[in-house]
Design a protein around this ligand. Structure first.
Ligand code: C2E
Ligand code: MG
Ligand code: MG
Length: 473
């Protein structure tokens, strides 16, 4: 009997251990390891339950401002302590019917129950920001931090959890963009901005796959003689209802959605095709076509081979092509960047740093990278006749170019006095509305044929400053 009882007891112990293990597995599946708060899965389950029970709920997405910088500064272990302290504060600052979860990193979500009005939810959000925002002592230092909150009020039965989280995220971005340390509610204005973005994305996809993109070309000349030196290819979207759109109106969406890679392929092929046609049409022609390359396209596999194929297919010598990249793009992954740029150089292709001066280039990198040309950003060029700071920046960049043996091209020349000032400072290449707007290939033909842009016309214009705001591109 004793043996039998011992066997039963041991079975019970085993059973209990199994229950405990299952409970632990269940707990792990729905909780965040670090903070013990609910995790993403638990949040979605809870949100679904609340929505299907028609409880009026507000979703608050909470995110620390500049957490990455703090984490790097504090070190990983202390960064974790910061997060657990924040989680504890969130836990104590929500009411019993509310629900708190950590999505990962420094992103937390709070479901506020019975959210009657926007004002009430905003008041709760600012209360949470206050409680969480008090300085925290970590490793003997007082760490101060702020956070932002994006809010969406769930309409009864109308939305699903993931959509709501996405909308709260949009509101969070708006809060960060408005200067951080605040709470923003997802409203009609944000909804329209999101819808507009989706429409742009869909339309652009169709334009890339169909026949909706165009290239315009803006001449670059020798400012002393009017000689045509290069043309910059700029993408345009022939929009079915809004007409011809400049790159500036859709490039951000193209970049954020990754569409810029396919768009860039089209641009390269179209630019090479056009250049080949010009070379046939104007046998005496010698110029460089400058093509903009986005960071995403630069990072694609075998980009050098892609450029080489474009050149080969259209029988274009490498030194007829220049790739324009922003400083930001070339400063990431310096090793890989240098390898790709050397690949371009081996093809004879020039590399230009676009919008130079706006991206905090490291001078060491600049010296190391095989770059041929700097494009002075419009924002400085505009001010050189009126703003001593702009003039000083432009002057410094021109000197830097000379010292590093890099050519310098001024962008955005809109007024005659700007040309005089640039020449005085030692920059003799430029482009801008004063010289020519970006135009279609057929409109460029007379200039290509002449090889110059007539200087009398330029001179006449140089005495009067051109105001380009609102001019169609
Ligand atoms: P970016 O490469 O610096 O091009 C110069 C921009 O300034 C162009 O705008 C051009 O139309 C405009 N511009 C030219 N002259 C003047 C002037 O005198 N004054 C002023 N205020 N602006 C002038 P766009 O075509 O809207 O392009 C905007 C940006 O979009 C470009 O800046 C470039 O970064 C990007 N982009 C344009 N085409 C392409 C492309 O084919 N591929 C990629 N990846 N990016 C492109
Ligand atoms: Mg450019
Ligand atoms: Mg530029």
């Amino acid at each position: 009997e004793i043996n039998a009882l011992q066997a039963v007891a041991s079975m019970l112990v085993q059973l209990q251990a199994r229950f405990d293990a299952e409970e632990q597995t269940e707990y792990n599946a729905y909780h965040d390891d670090l903070t013990g708060l609910a995790n993403r899965r638990a949040l979605l389950r809870e949100l679904k339950d609340r929505l299907s029970a028609h409880r009026s709920t507000a979703v608050l997405v909470f995110d620390l401002d500049r957490f990455k910088v703090m984490n790097d500064f504090l070190g990983h272990a202390n960064g974790d302590r910061l997060l657990t302290t924040i989680a504890d504060r969130i836990r104590t600052s929500v009411r019993s019917n509310d629900f708190a979860a950590r999505l990962g990193g420094d992103e937390f979500v709070i479901l506020v129950d019975n959210a009657a009005s926007e004002m009430e939810v905003l008041a709760s959000a600012y209360r949470i920001l206050d409680v969480v925002g008090a300085p925290i002592e970590i490793a003997g230092q007082l760490v101060t931090h702020t956070a932002s909150i994006g809010i969406v009020l769930a309409k009864r039965g109308s939305e699903n959890g993931l959509d709501l989280l996405g909308q709260a995220d949009v509101a969070l971005y708006a809060a960060k963009a408005q200067g951080r340390s605040q709470a923003v509610v997802f409203d009609q204005v944000l909804r329209e901005a999101v819808d507009e973005r989706s429409r742009t994305e869909l339309g652009l996809r169709e334009a890339i796959d169909g026949d909706g993109l165009r290239l315009h070309f803006q001449p670059e000349i020798d400012l002393r003689t009017g000689k045509l030196l290069a043309v910059e290819a700029l993408v345009r979207w022939q929009h079915p209802t809004r007409g011809l759109l400049p790159a500036a109106s859709f490039i951000t969406v193209a970049e954020e959605t990754g569409l810029v890679v396919d768009m860039g392929r089209w641009v390269f092929a179209a630019a090479c095709r056009q250049l080949a046609a010009w070379r046939r049409q104007f046998p005496h022609l010698k110029l460089v076509v400058r093509v903009n390359m986005s960071p995403a396209q630069f990072a694609t596999d075998e980009i050098v081979e892609f450029v080489e194929t474009c050149l080969r297919v259209h029988e274009i010598p490498g030194d007829w092509l220049c790739i324009e990249m922003t400083e930001h793009a070339v400063l990431q992954e310096p090793e890989k960047t240098a390898r790709i740029l050397r690949g371009f150089r081996a093809l004879g292709v020039e590399v230009a740093l676009d919008d130079f001066g706006t991206g905090y280039s490291s001078m060491t990198e600049l010296k190391r990278l095989p770059v041929d040309l700097l494009k002075l950003d419009t924002s400085f060029v505009k001010g050189i006749t009126s703003d001593p700071c702009d003039r000083a920046i432009v002057e410094a960049i021109i000197r830097l170019g000379a010292a590093l043996n890099l050519q310098v091209v001024a962008e955005g020349i809109e007024g005659g006095p700007t040309i005089d000032k640039l020449l005085e400072l030692g920059c003799s290449r430029g482009q801008g509305y004063l010289i020519s707007m970006p135009i279609a290939a057929e409109d460029l033909a007379p200039m290509l044929d002449a090889g110059t842009i007539s200087l009398p016309a330029l001179r006449a214009a140089r005495s009067a400053t051109l105001h380009s705001e609102g001019r169609p591109v």
